[in-house]
Design a protein. Structure first.
Length: 201
């Protein structure tokens, strides 16, 4: 499968897991929070891209619906939509999907709540359930859980590919509260449909 779907977390898990930061809406939110330990419990939105944004992971077209991915009859401007998107994994994408699932099952302190494999990038919604570093010291650990996950995932994939296909850097965003989590969840869920809308001339 190209995307992982499931149930949103209940209120109790939200309260236990999320670092809620009260920031003024007028302020621009930095991707990284100064002094935040990326190994402490919480949730994160992570995106990794292929080198030169090569579209080698999947193909997206109109067809059988993805689980939990609704048809979009119109875009945000009211123009006709593109129908129901389907993600077809290419060879590189199938290998990536395999290691996402293996790592999700292997790590007890970390789970991939949702993901989607797009043509040239992958979006992850990752939750960390236990501390894997040194929270409270005020300095992010070098070997944080998110960095370990991304680095290990890329290494496993590249070994099977026989080459490196990934950009060196990756994007990450700290999930700040329940609303943030739900918005990221929906963003990942609807990403194939939005991609198709962008292809309409």
């Amino acid at each position: 499968m190209a995307a992982k779907s499931g149930q949103l977390m209940n209120d109790e898990l939200y309260d236990k897991m999320f670092l809620v930061i009260d920031m003024k809406k007028s302020q621009r939110k930095p991707n990284r929070i100064a002094g935040y330990d990326y190994s402490q419990s919480g949730a994160y939105f992570v995106t990794i891209c292929t080198q030169d944004r090569k579209k080698i992971l999947s193909k997206i077209s109109v067809g059988t619906p993805l689980p939990g991915c609704p048809q979009i009859p119109h875009d945000e401007n009211g123009h006709p939509g593109v129908g129901v998107p389907t993600v077809e994994l290419l060879w590189h994408g199938k290998i990536a999907d395999k290691y996402i699932r293996q790592m999700d099952a292997f790590y007890s302190h970390l789970s991939v709540d949702k993901y989607v494999i797009m043509p040239d990038h992958i979006h992850f919604l990752i939750s960390i359930h236990e501390t894997n570093g040194h929270p409270g010291r005020g300095v992010p650990t070098r070997t944080s859980a998110i960095a370990q996950f991304v680095g290990t995932f890329k290494r496993f994939c590249n070994k099977e590919y026989g080459e490196n296909i990934w950009q060196g850097r990756y994007y990450d965003h700290v999930i700040r509260n329940r609303q943030d989590y739900e918005e990221i969840w929906k963003y990942i869920e609807n990403n194939p449909a939005k991609y198709m809308l962008n292809q309409v001339p």
